[in-house]
Each structure stands twice: as C-alpha cells, then as structure tokens.
Design a protein around this ligand. Structure first.
Ligand code: GAL
Length: 654
C-alpha cells in the first residue's frame, strides 16, 4: 500500500465534521491519517486526567472507513497547565529569556519534568492504542529541533562532553581554549553557548549542536522504547525537519527509526520548487537507506517568509510522484482540513476553506487514483552512479561568525551541486561522511562530490582517498577538507584532508568582495571566493585571469591511483558548475537516466519503472530505452513518447 493522506486534527472540529472527513477521505482514496500531533491539551486536560474517548471515536471511525492511522505522541506541545506547574521545563534562549506557552515546541528536552510528562502520556497512549486495528505506525513527537540553554541543559551538556572528551584537558585542547583565556579547570565551569560579549568559541558551539542532536535523540528513543514494548510489530518513526536552525544530525538519527519520515516544504517559486523537491527526495532516500516516507508537504500554498506560493494545476501530483519516484513510500501532507483559526489557518490543506468543491481537492482525488494504481506495481530500487556528501556538522561549523566570508552557504553549495546533476538528468544519491560505513558505501559510486565538506575525520579522508585510488572520481571545492571534526584547522596548506589526493596546496584565501567576481581564463567568472592554489602533481585545467591571481590555478585535475580528483577553487555559477560536473561525469562513465531529455523534463528510474515528469510549458518528447506499459493505465507505451506540459508518465519497461 502506498501511504496517501496527512495530518488530521479532528480535535479542532465539532464531531459532525468527522463523518464528512471520513467520507471525503474515502472519496480521495486516502489510506492513512496522522492523528494527535498537537493534541496533548485535549488528551490530558489536567495533570494525570486523560480523556481518550474522543480519540477512540476518531480511530474507530477511521478504521471503519478503511483509513490507517499514524498515531502521534503529542509531546511537541505541552499544555499550559504543564508550563505553570513546571516553569523550569520551558526553554531558555541564549539571551537568558525563558519562553512561555502560547505557541508550540515550548519545552526543554533536558528538563526532568518534561521528560517525565512525555513518558507518562506516551505510556498511556501505548497502553490504549498499541493494538488498535487502525494503527499503522507511531509518529513520535513532531519535528525534533527545539533549542534550550537552561541549567538542566548545561548539566546534560557536561555529561555528554565528559563522554565525548574523557579528560577536561582533552576538551581544552579540542576547543583551543587557550585562545581568549577560556581554559576550563572544572567541568562545572562549562555552560551551553549563551550570549557573550563578542564571538563565541566555534568548537564550543559545534559541540553544543552535536550534544543537542544526541539529547533530542534521547528523548525520541525513550518514547520509542515505551511504544515498542507495548507492541513490537508497529513501526515507529518521527518526522525530520530540515533547516539551518535544526540541531539534529539526521544521518545519525536514521538508524534509530524503523522508517525515516521527512517533512519537506520546497519554498521556492516556479521551477525552483521542482529542483528542491528532487533534492529533498534524494537526501531523504540517503537517510533512509533507500526507502523513506514523505510525512508532510504542502498540498498548495506554502508558508514562505513574506509570501505564500500557490501550486500550479498538476503540480501537486507531479511533486508528490517525484518524491515517490525518489524512494518515498507515500505522499502525505500537512494537512487534511484547513483550520478556521490558529497560527497556520492560511496554510494549505487537502480540504481547503472553500470545501471539497475546490481545485486542490479535485486534484487530490485524481492523485489518489494514480497512487492506488501505482500501489499495485512492484516498485524497485533507485540506482545512482553519483553521490554528493551531506554533513550536518560541517553545515553547523560554517554558520558561525568569524568565517572568512559572509557569502559562505553550506546548504547552498550542496543544493547547487545537486541542481547541476538534476539538470543533466543524472541520478544522484547522498552519502554521509560521519557514518562508519562510508568506505563501503563509496564503492557503489563512480563519482563523489564534496561541496563545502569543511570538517573531515581522518577515517573519512582515508575512505575518500581509497575511493579515488580504487578508480573513483572525486570533486572537491574550496572549504572542503579544512578542519578536523573538532573544528581545528588541518595545517600545512588547505585542504589539509585532501592535499595529496588532489595534488594541490592552497596557501592563501582571497574571498571576493560583495557583488564582485573574478575572471577565469575559460571565459567563466569566479564568484564569491578566490584563493592562491599551488599544484603539487595536479594539472591545471582552468586558471584565474584577473587580480593578483592571474595565471594561478583555479580548477585542477589529478590522477591518483586508478582514479582522479578535481579541485574547484572559485565559486561558479550554475552553468559553469554543470559543465564541469558533466565533464567529470563523462570521464567517470556516468550515464544520465535517459539521454537527451528536453529542458524541464525529468526522469527518475526505479529498476524497470521509469517516471517522467514534464515541468515545462511545452510537450516533451522522450526516448525510452524500449517500449513498455503505462503503470497507471496499463496502456502500451511506445519507445518514443510525448509527455504533455505539466504532465507525467510512469512506464514499466518491457
Ligand atoms: C511542519 C510542521 C507542521 C506545520 C507545517 C507547516 O514543519 O510539522 O505542524 O507547522 O510545518 O508548513
């Protein structure tokens, strides 16, 4: 079964609406509803007094309607009574402000009272619903990521640091506390990063984010284990949220989930949405080890700062299938019914304020039919010959102050590399340099790209070196391989982790001034960044042609063992980066999914099932590897086929 549905909040509506909900869900072909995400104050209106009657009726109704349930624990939003009873469990900002209730995600995961209350409500839910016939999965909490700098957090942070560093002197060394007289002589002196007079210690901040990720994970694991004990057969997940503010290392968390679930809200307008959808889907598949679940996305209007973008007709379907093509086991949305009030009342829904007689609900009905048909298909694995590295700690390390340029954008660099492959029609996976199985994972690929992989362990550097020596093709850009996992610079010339494999040495950084660029001798412009590169075995492919760097290497190529490594010193625009990555891909023998696709036509292959999406405004002519069958309608599909503008095709070859 393909999961199709989304967040359902019946507690916001009178009971007469619930029957209509189930009727409409059946009409749309909804297979699953996520229930209870923010319902703590309805489930436990007073401490220790539980009201489950309404939830019983909701689950029974859904079950009678043939709709499965992802039942959430409501711990992302404690009720007001909890705040008043336990003010010490409210999060404290870096400025020392203790937050109050009135929104959501207001809790401190390290506060004993919060953890006890979370265990209590989870235990009650597990006891009551672990064997409910509608229960398809547990959805723990919602989008872990809440940050707190309180004293309870400080205590937990110290315990975590003791485990990580062992001796206090090791920590002093790792954090370079000799700088600015920060040397600690007692663990008790260490605080979470709080407002300070000037720049904080970057190693301190980095370790805090790692700690927070593990601490939040502890909160998840505690609930997971309670739920699992109640019924080991029900899969357990939590929904990942991505964003620079989120101190969660999803690559580390993934192994603790039965199924990786991801919320993804592409916020760009126009075609950018398709690029972002592809990126989010590929990254999620990486976390999930091949399979994952789109737990939330917007059916229509997406909240973005300052403006909400409406989806074009057909886009809900294309975007949903794009996630499915990229390994998602379903398409789920926030949310089922658009609320009448509350902070997100203008957020889109499958049943909007206008009711079911609306474009979004009509499109959902068609999508439900499509997913039902696809659900009857055997959907194989995705295969890619290229992988991009993703590393949350490198992202965090590149967010601080004190960096050489305000234009450094880790996520932007990764997105740009992904976009280049996306436009060239090349399937892309993600690998995670922090994982122990890196060396083994790399063997599956012909080409690896490391955008801004700033922090690198000796083990990861060795695995990447071995990958190239064994015949792999590696692309490294400026800001990759600069520091060790503690954030200390690898000395002797950048990028310390990869000098030998790249056959180069960078001896001076020359970040570009805002809105300037630097000439390259192939006619392209270097953007944001330049630096003085010396070759030490590498051949120079492109040189800087301006400034004091005129004639110095800008892009290099180095044969190393049976493989080769490229270095890209300047920032490049999309077209130049794509040309370069295409060149490397050709040398590495990487093939696009389908050759010769027209612009804005995208193909994703899962074994012998090929999805083709036409995001453009004109018909797209596509050459398939052979004839096949339409996986939705069963009709024969010839080798040469036209996909209408805004349309899609799912073809089973053979
Ligand atoms: C998600 C969250 C939902 C809702 C949605 C709005 O991140 O889990 O509860 O707020 O964003 O886009």
């Amino acid at each position: 079964m393909i999961f199709f549905g989304g967040d359902y909040n019946p507690e916001q509506w009178p009971e007469e609406v619930w029957d209509e909900d189930v009727t409409l869900m059946r009409r749309a072909g909804v297979t699953i509803a996520t229930v209870g995400v923010f319902s703590w104050s309805n489930l436990e209106p007073e401490p220790g007094r539980f009201e489950f009657g309404w939830l019983d009726r909701v689950l029974d109704r859904l079950h009678d309607g043939g709709v499965k349930v992802a039942l959430a624990t409501p711990t992302a939003s404690p009720p007001p009574w909890f705040t008043l009873a336990h003010p010490e469990a409210m999060p404290v900002t870096a400025d020392g402000v203790r937050l109050s209730h009135g929104s959501r995600d207001t809790y401190c995961v390290s506060a004993p009272a919060y953890r006890a209350a979370a265990r209590s409500i989870t235990t009650e839910l597990a006891a009551r619903y672990a064997h409910h016939p509608a229960l398809a999965m547990w959805h723990v909490h919602n989008e872990y990521g809440t940050d707190c700098r309180c004293d309870a957090t400080a205590a937990a942070f110290r315990t975590w640091l003791q485990k990580r560093h062992g001796e206090l002197d090791t920590l002093n060394e790792a954090w370079t506390t000799a700088f600015w007289s920060q040397r600690y002589s007692d663990w008790a002196q260490i605080l979470p990063p709080r407002a300070t007079q000037y720049l904080p210690n970057p190693a301190h901040v980095l370790d805090f984010r790692r700690f927070l990720s593990d601490e939040l994970l502890g909160g998840y694991v505690e609930q997971r284990d309670l739920l699992r004990a109640a019924n080991p057969d029900v899969p357990i997940t939590t929904n990942f949220v991505q964003g620079g503010w989120v101190s969660v290392d999803h690559a580390r968390w993934a192994g603790e989930l039965d199924l990786v679930a991801v919320d993804h809200y592409p916020a760009e307008a126009g075609y950018g949405t398709e690029e972002e959808t592809a990126f989010g889907g590929d990254l999620a598949r990486g976390w999930g080890g091949g399979s994952w679940l789109l737990m939330e996305t917007a059916p229509n209007l997406v909240y973005t700062p300052g403006r909400m973008h409406a989806k074009e007709p057909g886009q809900l379907t294309r975007n949903s299938l794009s996630y499915l093509a990229r390994g998602s086991r379903g398409a789920m949305y926030f949310q089922w019914r658009q609320p009448r009030g509350g902070a997100e009342m203008f957020h889109s829904a499958i049943v909007p304020h206008a009711g079911p007689d609306s474009p979004v609900f009509r499109e959902a009905i068609g999508l439900g039919r499509t997913l039902k048909a696809l659900g009857r298909q055997e959907i194989g694995a995705n295969e890619a010959q290229v992988a991009i590295a993703w590393d949350a700690p490198s992202w965090w390390a590149l967010q601080g102050g004190g960096l050489p340029s305000a234009d450094i954008d880790y996520a932007g660099a990764v997105r740009q590399a992904h976009r280049a492959f996306y436009h060239s029609g090349i399937a892309t996976d993600f690998v995670f340099p922090g994982r122990d199985d890196l060396a083994e994972r790399l063997r599956a690929y012909k080409m690896i790209v490391l955008p801004h992989l700033y922090l690198v362990s000796d083990e990861a550097a060795a695995a990447l070196r071995e990958f190239v020596a064994g015949g792999g093709h590696l692309v490294v850009d400026h800001l990759s391989g600069i520091a060790d996992p503690a954030g200390r610079i690898r000395l002797g010339g950048y990028p310390g982790a990869f000098r030998d494999v790249l056959g180069i040495r960078v001896v001076e950084w020359r970040p570009l001034a805002p809105a300037t660029s630097i000439a390259l001798d192939n006619g392209d412009r270097g953007l944001r960044w330049s630096e003085r590169v010396e070759t030490a075995g590498a051949e120079t492919l492109v040189r800087y042609a301006g400034d004091v760097l005129a004639g110095a290497p800008a892009i290099t190529h180095h044969r190393f063992g049976a493989g080769a490594a490229w270095y890209i010193s300047p920032g490049l625009d999309d077209a130049a980066l794509r040309r370069l990555l295409d060149q490397v891909a050709a040398e590495a023998g990487v093939m696009p999914v389908l050759p010769g696709l027209p612009p804005k036509v995208e193909a994703v292959r899962r074994d012998d099932l090929i999805f083709v999406f036409n995001h453009g405004e004109t018909p797209g002519q596509v050459q398939l590897p052979g004839p096949g069958q339409d996986a939705v309608t069963g009709r024969p599909v010839p080798t040469s086929v036209t996909v209408p503008p805004g349309g899609f095709l799912a073809v089973r070859l053979g």
